[in-house]
Unconditional design. Structure first.
Length: 258
């Protein structure tokens, strides 16, 4: 007897963290998109989902007074799978679900690895005003295939962050994509985390502080820290190879206390 394939689960939002108490007003939502694989028929990875939670919690904790809610997204499966672009489709569904739950609030898509690619691809959703792509997986240039689209990023704030020692997602490919995005959308910048790898663990405090600064500026119009302002303003290549300085989070905390 032929063995039946196990059906994949439906996409869903993880538990909300942030301004979710009784009477709380939600003013903005971050959807954190976990990493995935280029091709896979497997169920979504609980390890990748767990790895997305620290960023969701940090954003929600720091944004509680602003009315920020964060959800990590449970995909239907682990693979992007070519033209199916399944993870991007799930990200688009998640943005629809945010509108259904919270109404007309701005949404930031924040993805890591293949989730970064999904965030960039799903940015055309009307509720999305910003994209944070951490170590995004970008396919190799292929004359037989279309380039990654960028038109959906027009009108959004876009930040790409990539470790220079990433052995899984080529940082040079994200730089080339950033060049193309910058031509279509001036509100684009890219930071390089020197000596860090795909997981961005070595400089996680600085990366998370940078994410907080970007998300708060994009969703709530807070002033950006000087390095972020400079990165958006600088022409390529400087604004797309902006180094993330050690201690960024500490210097940001001090400036906010003044």
């Amino acid at each position: 007897m032929a063995q039946q394939a196990i059906p994949l689960p439906a996409a869903r939002l993880g538990r909300a963290v942030g301004a979710t108490g009784r009477g709380a007003t939600v003013s903005g939502v971050v959807l954190v998109l976990p990493d995935g694989d280029p091709v896979s028929a497997r169920r979504p990875s609980p390890v990748a989902y767990a790895a997305a939670l620290p960023l969701a919690r940090r954003l929600a904790r720091d944004g509680r007074e602003e009315g920020l809610v964060a959800h990590a997204v449970h995909y239907r499966g682990q693979g992007w799978n070519g033209g199916d672009a399944r993870l991007a489709t799930d990200a688009d569904w998640a943005a629809d679900e945010v509108v259904r739950r919270y109404g007309d609030v701005p949404v930031c898509l924040a993805g890591h690895g293949m989730g970064g690619r999904a965030a960039l691809r799903a940015a055309g959703h009307p509720a999305v005003n910003s994209v944070l792509a951490l170590a995004p997986w970008i396919p190799e240039d292929d004359v037989a295939a279309e380039l990654e689209p960028v038109k959906q990023l027009v009108g959004r704030r876009v930040m790409i962050v990539h470790g220079t020692n990433d052995a899984r997602s080529d940082p040079e490919l994200s730089y080339r994509l950033a060049e193309r995005v910058k031509k279509a959308n001036r509100d684009t910048c890219r930071f390089e985390v020197h000596s860090d790898g795909h997981a961005l663990r070595q400089h996680r405090p600085e990366v998370h502080a940078l994410a907080v600064d970007f998300v708060f500026g994009a969703l709530f119009s807070r002033p950006y820290a000087r390095p972020v302002t400079d990165a958006f303003a600088a022409p390529p290549p400087l604004g797309l190879r902006m180094p993330l300085a050690a201690g960024f989070g500490k210097s940001l905390t001090k400036s906010r206390r003044k």
